[in-house]
Design a protein around this ligand. Structure first.
Ligand code: SF4
Length: 392
């Protein structure tokens, strides 16, 4: 594997506040648009160039997206998977976050399959996007496209919704409660992106939430690190679970590049609950470094202090320990080496080669076991109402 070129850090990793929380719920600009038309939303996604498959361009969803991007140049590409100027890592590190915020890819999802999961969700639905405008240093989502991976929106949303609906109907009722949900089949709809950011530029997230509203045996679920107040208007009627990912502020400032501040994600919980969502939390990823126990305790105390009772009583959490990857480690050294000071800890981690040949890194069994036990003690002490659905 080639070592990536060192050199000046072209993009200074930082976490500017996207908004003051008081500005955002619900934020309807004077022009009558939603939050997605606001200058604050454009700080996250300011599309200057579109790459599109011809079929995606011709589709109603593709046309709808382009109508919102007047004057933005469009380059036709034969497929969304391999766009040499975007994908891959060499040469793109210098314009890493710019690619993510300024470029959009439109494609057609060819293979629609729903996979069993059994941990976070019962099923992983075919996602309506791949890639993300945020740039978390530990993100595994872009692993197949290279790490400068902007959002690809799949425009055949009707086919995706139809597939999911049929899958739900085929399951019948859920007969046994499990860690995913006691009553409903849970479908993760955002495995390879962030549905809240996708909703800044298209209605795919809205369409999925609307579809699940009419599926009484199932529930959509997605994790997010971005607070998009437009989602508050979608009326999910309890059939969508939003999982706000949280981690200590010190970790988030270093690792969660371009996301909403953790305090804003927590502050949004009650609004999302009142708007009809089920609200859970992902305690993830848990990064072990000096002081992690103190900082996680502070985070749990904060959750206990600020969340109203109605959020706590319906809430649950997943704990996900950091997994990392040697290729991502080498990429990060080229743009955000400070992140690797905490992510790459060979003395505490062990490697495993995955099926696709990547060298994955995770905390050694004993290290992980002890850390999980300690975190669960901290939860019991500071946020005993927080039911842990699973720890991984
Ligand atoms: S928000 Fe999620 S999908 Fe986006 S970069 Fe971060 S971890 Fe990846």
């Amino acid at each position: 594997m080639n070592q990536l070129p060192a050199g000046p850090s072209p993009e200074k990793p930082e976490q500017p506040a996207l908004f003051d929380w008081g500005d955002t719920v619900p934020a309807t600009p004077p022009d009558g648009g939603g939050f997605r038309d606001s200058p604050r939303a454009r700080r996250m996604l300011d599309v200057r160039e579109v790459y599109a498959e011809p079929a995606a361009l011709a589709s109603p969803r593709g046309q709808q997206i382009l109508a919102r991007l007047p004057g933005v140049p469009v380059t036709e590409v034969p497929g969304h998977w391999r766009i040499p100027s975007l994908h891959g890592n060499d040469g793109n590190i210098a314009r890493w976050t710019r690619i993510k915020s300024e470029i959009l890819v439109l494609g057609v999802k060819q293979t629609l399959t729903t996979r069993p999961n059994g941990r976070s969700a019962d099923w992983i639905a075919p996602g309506a996007s791949n890639g993300c405008a945020m740039a978390c240093a530990y993100c595994y989502v872009p692993r197949r496209k290279g790490y400068a991976n902007p959002i690809t929106l799949f425009t055949n949303i009707e086919a995706i919704v139809t597939h999911v609906r049929r899958h739900v109907w085929a399951q019948g009722r859920k007969r046994e409660p499990n860690q995913c949900d006691p009553h409903s089949w849970v479908y993760d709809i955002g495995e390879n992106g962030d549905c809240s950011v996708d909703a800044l530029i298209c209605d795919n997230t809205a369409d999925l939430i609307t579809a699940f509203r009419a599926l009484p045996t199932a529930k959509a679920s997605f994790a997010t690190k971005f607070v998009n107040p437009d989602l508050l208007t979608l009326d999910p009627q309890g059939r969508t679970r939003v999982r706000f990912s949280v981690m200590p502020t010190n970790d988030s400032r270093l690792l969660d590049i371009r996301t909403s501040p953790v305090a804003d994600r927590i502050a949004a919980a009650a609004d999302f609950l009142d708007a009809g969502y089920e609200v859970h939390f992902n305690l993830s990823p848990v990064v072990l470094r000096p002081g992690w126990q103190r900082d996680w305790a502070d985070l749990l105390v904060h959750l206990d202090d600020v969340l109203p009772h109605r959020v706590k009583e319906q809430s649950a959490a997943e704990i996900i320990m950091l997994t990392h990857n040697q290729q991502l480690h080498e990429v990060n050294l080229g743009w955000h080496p400070k992140a690797e000071d905490v992510l790459w800890q060979p003395a505490a981690q062990e490697t495993k080669r995955s099926e696709n040949g990547a060298l994955n890194v995770r905390y050694a069994r004993e290290v992980k076991h002890e850390a999980l036990a300690r975190l669960q003690e901290l939860i019991a002490a500071h946020a005993p109402w927080l039911r842990i659905r699973y720890a991984f």
